[in-house]
Ligand binder design. Structure first.
Ligand SMILES: [Zn+2]
Length: 386
């Protein structure tokens, strides 16, 4: 294939870039601006695991798709590893607020090598990279103030545009982060989304300070694992929870100062006991209905609760008396900016933040990987090798 010439049809730039899947879906993208010769040493078609509509894990199936077309300013990345996130499950079920063009490729967390720089300055084929999971317009007030995860055109790989359950993916150059040689692709894929999310929650939203007490629910989940490590890195005392004796031990190994079994122990009472009745200054909440009320009750006076998700449901009682009498702050957080990830990444490269990888499976086993995640049989990240 090396030396072949592949003709790529380029389309004119649109405010948010044109998702390649709209070409595949056969939508009109006129006027076509030009056709250019493109040195292709990657294939014209690629292997992917796709969904054809909302469905169970078994709906994921192998497919042969056209190679992604890089929009102007995008490069093509050869995917080597792609980590699972809960967002994959929501998107697969059609519940994540995305309206994908089917067949759709899931996968938000991508590491690999530049397959084609597509003329973007500063890139060469073979560069080892990981991708920042959220793309944005780069021009609006939110983007230009560094709040690109609040951009009206914000899209996440594998949610609002095709993702990494495939041999290749097109990515805006601004999302590409160079990987040092010693960082393995599987660990790199396990890093971006959950560390970005937890960094934003703790360091930006909750503005964590040294020696504060932090409660982190479900340390075995991706966000929980990342939050425990980030809070410890910044000098906090961490009370983590986990479900069952095995996960309690694994949570302790992450560096948590105290680990509670949320299936067997009264978390609020234990938090009060550990903190001498004070409660914690910060709660990292991502579980939702099953834990929400206990999260509020665990907070100290002037405590801050920051939530990024509701994997058990979006309901939950809010004890309002506690909220006003204790001067609490309840805040939401979703993903994080590219700058947040660039701030967290050097700690990963230096080994100070280290994702735990539960399993690395071949791409073809994506359905089994989804089943493991949905059944909470994992501790840390599940990664697909591509
Ligand atoms: Zn924007």
């Amino acid at each position: 294939m090396r030396g072949d010439v592949v003709f790529i049809v380029e389309h004119p730039p649109t405010p948010f870039g044109l998702p390649p899947q709209s070409l595949r879906a056969g939508k009109a993208v006129a006027p076509l601006s030009r056709v250019r010769a493109f040195p292709g040493d990657y294939k014209r078609r690629m292997r992917a695991m796709v969904i054809d509509g909302p469905g169970p894990a078994s709906a994921l199936h192998a497919a042969d798709l056209p190679d992604p077309l890089p929009a102007p300013g995008e490069v093509v990345v050869q995917v080597r590893a792609c980590a699972l996130n809960h967002l994959d499950i929501w998107t697969r079920k059609g519940e994540g607020g995305s309206k994908p063009a089917y067949p759709f490729v899931l996968g938000c967390d991508i590491a690999g090598e530049v397959a084609d720089p597509a003329g973007v300055a500063g890139f060469t084929a073979g560069q080892r990279v990981m991708l920042s999971p959220g793309t944005s317009c780069g021009r609006c007030r939110m983007c230009l103030s560094g709040e690109d995860n609040l951009c009206p055109g914000y899209r996440i790989f594998g949610h609002g545009r095709n993702g990494g359950y495939a041999e290749r993916v097109a990515s805006p150059a601004a999302n590409v982060i160079a990987l040092p040689d010693h960082v393995d692709f599987v660990e790199a894929a396990a890093f971006p989304l959950v560390y970005l999310t937890a960094w934003r929650m703790l360091m930006v939203r909750a503005a964590l300070r040294r020696d504060e007490d932090v409660l982190v629910w479900a340390a075995g989940s991706g966000v929980g694992m990342a939050a425990v490590q980030i809070a410890k890195l910044h000098g906090a005392r961490v009370i983590a929870t986990a479900g069952g004796a095995a996960k309690v031990e694994q949570a302790r190994a992450l560096g948590a100062d105290h680990v509670l079994d949320h299936h067997a122990q009264d978390v609020v009472a234990e938090v009060k006991r550990i903190t001498g009745k004070k409660g914690v200054e910060v709660v990292v909440e991502h579980v939702g209905a099953a834990t929400w009320e206990r999260s509020v009750l665990s907070l100290a006076v002037r405590g801050r609760l920051v939530t990024c998700g509701a994997t058990t449901g979006a309901g939950g009682e809010t004890p309002l008396r506690h909220v006003f009498a204790r001067h609490l702050t309840l805040m939401g957080s979703y993903m994080g900016s590219k700058a947040d990830l660039l701030e967290a990444a050097p700690h990963f490269f230096a080994g100070r933040l280290r994702p735990v990888v539960h399993a690395a499976l071949p791409l073809a086993e994506a359905a089994a990987a989804h089943e493991t995640m949905e059944a909470s049989r994992h501790f840390g990240k599940i990664v697909l090798r591509v």
